[in-house]
Design a protein around this ligand. Structure first.
Ligand code: FPP
Length: 244
């Protein structure tokens, strides 16, 4: 046959109903184990998937994506695995710094960065600083992040400001302003690959009305077609947010 008759798949149409997608990048370890490789190998492929999905999200016109890269609980993992993940983050941030101007991607970090190495903290700060000049897709990386920890921090900060004379008139909008995600729309869609059906302390406040999409696909196998399916599923849902 002279011509490939397979039609090129059209990218999804993104409108104001879908501004922000959040991802739990789960399944890296199992993906590596299935191949008889150490878990770090899965994380390294997971980092490539993050890059690929990030590019795709930006190309289809998404305003914002958030990924769960390292939780407050992930420190319990073997030291070699933790340091491999930190190494991948460093590698990714160094590359991102070189490409941000071209891609106009904005980057932010959710989580307490203080336990990270000074080098990694400095890299996070630099990418954050460079981002100020850009207006493209915003990529939020959750690093040493936990939803409960985020709320406790917000409460402590608010309480200390009230103790220092701030008027106490807290409401939902104000709580949002005290979170790492202040100023960013809540996720419209949360995608969890890897087959687990739970939230794992991810964006607990922000995910209150988010639509969830779960798939058995492991994160390193996640691709544009799977993301298209998740978006199509989302676009077929009715978001009532408590109404009828
Ligand atoms: C969860 O899968 C994955 C993580 C805890 C780490 C995710 C980190 C990366 C993808 C690499 C660095 C990130 C960026 C943004 C460059 P798991 O290890 O729990 O998998 P399992 O459930 O199969 O064991």
């Amino acid at each position: 046959m002279l011509f490939n008759k397979r039609k090129a798949k059209k990218p999804p149409v993104i409108d104001g109903r879908l501004r922000h997608i959040a991802f739990i990048m789960d399944g890296n370890g199992r993906w590596a184990t299935e191949r008889g490789m150490p878990r770090e190998y899965g994380h390294s492929h997971g980092a490539e998937t993050f890059r690929k999905i990030g590019r795709y999200c930006a190309s289809i016109g998404l305003q914002c994506m958030t990924v769960y890269a390292f939780s407050t609980e992930n420190w319990k993992r073997p030291e070699a695995e933790v340091s491999a993940i930190m190494g991948l983050l460093k590698k990714y941030l160094l590359e991102a710094i070189g490409q941000m101007e071209r891609d106009r991607v904005k980057m932010a970090f959710f989580g307490d960065l203080s336990p990270l190495t000074p080098e990694l903290r400095e890299l996070c700060e630099r990418t954050r600083e460079i981002s100020r000049h850009y207006d493209g897709c915003q990529v939020n990386i959750c690093l040493n992040y936990g939803g409960r920890d985020e709320m406790v921090r917000a409460m402590r900060r608010y309480a200390s400001e009230v103790a220092n004379g701030r008027e106490n008139n807290i409401d939902e909008a104000e709580v949002s302003d005290y979170l790492f995600s202040a100023g960013i729309p809540d996720p419209d869609l949360m995608i969890r690959p890897g087959g687990e059906l739970r939230l794992s302390n991810f964006l607990l406040w922000q995910n209150a009305y988010t639509e969830f999409y779960f798939t058995d696909t492991l994160w390193p196998d996640m691709d544009e077609a799977e993301l298209d399916r998740a978006i199509a599923a989302y676009q077929g849902r009715k978001r009532r947010v408590g109404g009828i």
